[in-house]
Ligand binder design. Structure first.
Ligand code: ATP
Ligand code: MG
Length: 240
């Protein structure tokens, strides 16, 4: 579904993504781990073209995302992204947050957009909070609305960047649960997270980044039980 082909990304002189080649298959859950500053967020941001790359190509279903003439708005509709900070519209209800883009961008009639949003809010366990405003919701609830909002555009792939990092520990599980359900439904996902339990149980593959490179890419079982690189071993030894 999503292909990174030999990409390089620089911020000025700083080379932050080095020769990244990665293919995400349909329904794959690819978990990206690695130390702070290794380039995980930048990689996701390049996939959504929030950042430009300097070399290589990124494709979604064979269509270039990184080409100068790519239809960025259309591509972004097919790539859902959820960040650490929820970025909900504060003066709109949960339901309105979810219906907004389908109505504005896809011109979905109100009734259909509302129906779809209610189904999604139900799926993330928040139907009863439909008319609540973000400041009336917990962090975990806000993050679940943010996920529903991204799903409302019916994306081909979902990108998650440390979506549980800002949450109180007791709220992390409900958000990971929603992501687990989504994976179970066959959604293609790229997930940057520090939640190693999630990586192990839900991930199909774990990709370790260090210093702008992919240093290891393996099934969760082999990554956690028998990392093949020194970097992998170092990373795991720091977890406990
Ligand atoms: P963390 O785990 O802390 O979120 P990360 O793996 O997501 O880290 P990135 O945020 O992708 O790392 O950053 C990779 C490198 O790019 C870092 O050295 C960072 O300082 C640099 N960087 C990120 N964004 C910018 C920017 N807008 N301008 C300049 N440098 C940047
Ligand atoms: Mg980051």
């Amino acid at each position: 579904v999503l292909q990174f082909d030999d990409i390089d990304k620089y911020f000025g002189e700083t080379h932050v993504l080095k020769d990244i080649t990665l293919n995400i298959d349909t329904s794959e859950v690819c978990v990206i781990v690695g130390p702070s500053g290794s380039g995980k967020s930048t990689l996701l941001r390049c996939a959504n073209r929030l950042e430009e790359i300097q070399n290589g190509e990124i494709r979604l279903d064979g269509q270039s995302i990184s080409a100068v003439d790519a239809d960025v708005n259309r591509l972004r509709q097919r790539i859902g992204m959820v960040f650490q900070s929820f970025n909900l519209f504060p003066h709109k209800t949960a339901l309105e947050n979810v219906t907004l883009a389908p109505r504005k961008v896809k011109n979905l009639p109100d009734k259909e957009a509302t129906q779809r949003a209610e189904n999604l809010l139900d799926e993330v366990g928040l139907l009863e909070q439909s008319s609540s405003y973000p400041n009336q919701l917990s962090g975990g609830q806000k993050q679940r609305v943010a996920i529903a909002r991204a799903l409302a555009m019916e994306p081909k792939i979902m990108l998650f960047d440390e979506v549980t990092s800002a949450l109180d520990p007791e709220l992390v599980g409900e958000v990971l649960g929603v992501m687990r359900d989504l994976a179970g439904d066959g959604m293609t996902m790229m997930v940057v997270t520090h939640e190693m339990g999630f990586a192990r149980e839900v991930g199909d593959r774990v990709v370790l980044m260090a210093d702008g490179r992919i240093v290891e890419s393996a099934s969760p079982t082999s990554f956690f039980e028998n990392p093949s690189t020194t970097r992998g071993k170092q990373f795991l030894s720091k977890l406990l």
